[in-house]
Design a binder for this molecule. Structure first.
Ligand code: SF4
Length: 483
């Protein structure tokens, strides 16, 4: 039996897909890239990107002819859009066999089997029923795309209510994975040859808030240590602080782990102890993704972001001051409903002061089901957002180019990702600051090299190989099943 898996959207979805692939392969399926060979076509959907529903229904339309030709081929739709649209997917596309949501990814293979006997199955859960398996894709078997790096989901859902975002309604409230399970999973990954992990969550800085609330008001026992870690429970008493910094320290100290990254932190929740952990733990990379969204206090309030521009910059300056050689990236939305020229100029000013290394800039587009989609009277015309985007691009590129230029002549530690997408003869890799470096050589993905930076562009660096520190680490084939 063969499966074809298509993933739309963010890293959370890509990570879910690794787990779906792992589940299917543990049931004996093999991967294929050809629809004509597939016994199962699985679409893992996303509703964050623009026109996500049009893209899904177009893809399902394309698959209809193949399904008519081969009625035994199964089509399954999972992910955020399935969670949001519920019965609609099955109603609009009667040839779909299985529809499942974000809370029952672990049931993907079982649902395919059940639908062979029962016909179309739509199973969308309103919330996770079993925190150990339903909630955390990391607790399921996985098939990683690369050997040397892995994502580790530390929490799911989000307790915030940003006006433009659909995540809270499709992923539910924040649930943190127990500390002990996470450290154990990272230990398994390290034994399996992984040297770089990325801790993944919608708001990683608030990791453990639900755990510490649950443990409130009692002496620490073994259960607490498993749930919250030894640092938090030290001295036999529960402690009154969040857990993310402890998690950075504990995972960063796992033997074999050389780089720890995380995404995404919410600016309102960035704490001094997180900055201290980033500064003090050598394996934690000196890169911070710090989403601004807008530099105008009025727009930030309308977005329900929970910080002002001043507070954002205070925290950013604290991070620059505390962490040596820090690189910072951000997300900015242009043309949020009601954004005036004055509001936008404030965004330009904050962006200039923040001195970003890179930025993901988006023109606002309404997502059905979000509060901001209702602000139709205040939508900003396309020609205005286009012009603002260009002005913002120039500000970001100026700081990015200056900061990259300052790296010329330095020797950087680079982890090789593989051949460059544009030129097979050139290798691409990432520095500890998450900067992309291209250089000549023949090294396998996962190798560690020292590279002298010879040229800087605003989006990448060019370099020359100076030393190969090591090749990729050998995998020992220990199955990665945590939980
Ligand atoms: S913090 Fe805001 S933008 Fe991020 S997932 Fe939660 S609601 Fe969405």
């Amino acid at each position: 039996m063969k499966y074809l898996l298509r993933t739309y959207g963010c890293q959370m979805n890509e990570h879910d897909s690794e787990r779906i692939a792992g589940l299917l392969e543990s049931e004996g399926y093999e991967a294929t890239t050809e629809v004509s060979e597939a016994d199962v076509v699985m679409l893992n959907t996303c509703c964050i990107r623009e026109n996500a529903d049009n893209k899904l229904y177009a893809a399902l339309g394309d698959l209809k002819a193949e399904k008519t030709k081969r009625p035994d081929m199964q089509i399954a739709v999972g992910g955020c859009l399935a969670q949001k649209d519920k019965d609609l997917v099955g109603q609009k596309a009667g040839h779909v066999d299985v529809v499942f949501g974000t809370h029952n990814v672990h049931r993907a293979a079982e649902l395919l089997q059940e639908s062979r006997e029962q016909g179309q199955i739509v199973e969308i859960l309103e919330a996770a029923v079993d925190a150990e398996h339903a909630a955390f894709p990391s607790a399921l078997p996985e098939k990683r795309e690369v050997d040397y790096a892995a994502w580790v989901t530390i929490q799911i859902g989000c307790d915030n209510s940003c006006a433009f975002c659909i995540v809270p309604s499709v992923r539910g409230p924040e649930i943190s994975r127990p500390f002990g399970d996470l450290v154990r999973e990272v230990e398994h990954l390290a034994k399996d040859g992984v040297s770089e992990i990325t801790l993944l969550g919608q708001n990683v800085n608030s990791y453990g808030r639900d755990i510490t609330l649950k443990l409130g008001g009692r002496d620490a026992d073994d259960f607490d240590v498993h749930e919250a870690g030894e640092l938090w429970t030290s001295g036999g008493r529960r402690r009154g602080r969040p857990l993310f910094a402890d998690l950075l320290r504990a995972t960063g100290e796992v033997p074999g782990i050389e780089r720890v990254r995380f995404t995404s932190p919410h600016p309102k929740d960035l704490r001094e102890d997180t900055i201290a952990a980033m500064a003090e733990v050598d394996t934690v990379c000196n890169h911070l993704h710090f989403p601004l969204q807008s530099g105008s206090d009025e727009i930030l309030k309308r977005m329900h972001r929970g910080y002002t521009a001043e507070k954002y910059l205070d925290r950013l300056h604290a991070a620059y001051a505390g962490i040596d050689d820090l690189a910072v990236s951000t997300d900015i939305i242009i043309g949020f409903p009601g954004e005036t020229e004055e509001h936008f100029v404030k965004t330009l000013e904050v962006a200039a002061e923040a001195q970003y290394d890179s930025a993901y800039t988006f023109v606002f587009s309404p997502r059905e089901g979000t509060e901001a989609a209702e602000f139709t009277d205040d939508f900003i015309p396309k020609e205005v957002t286009k012009e603002r985007m260009e002005r913002l691009r120039r500000v970001i590129e100026r700081s990015a180019a200056q900061k990259n230029e300052a790296r010329v002549g330095r020797i950087e530690e680079v982890v090789v990702e593989g051949p460059s997408r544009k030129n097979e003869g050139v290798i691409s890799g990432r520095t500890r600051q998450n900067k992309l470096v291209h250089f000549d050589g023949e090294l396998k993905a996962g190798s560690l090299a020292m590279v002298e930076i010879t040229q800087a562009k605003s989006h990448y660096l060019m370099g020359e190989l100076r030393e190969v520190v090591r090749g990729p680490r050998t995998r020992t084939k220990i199955p990665v099943i945590a939980g």
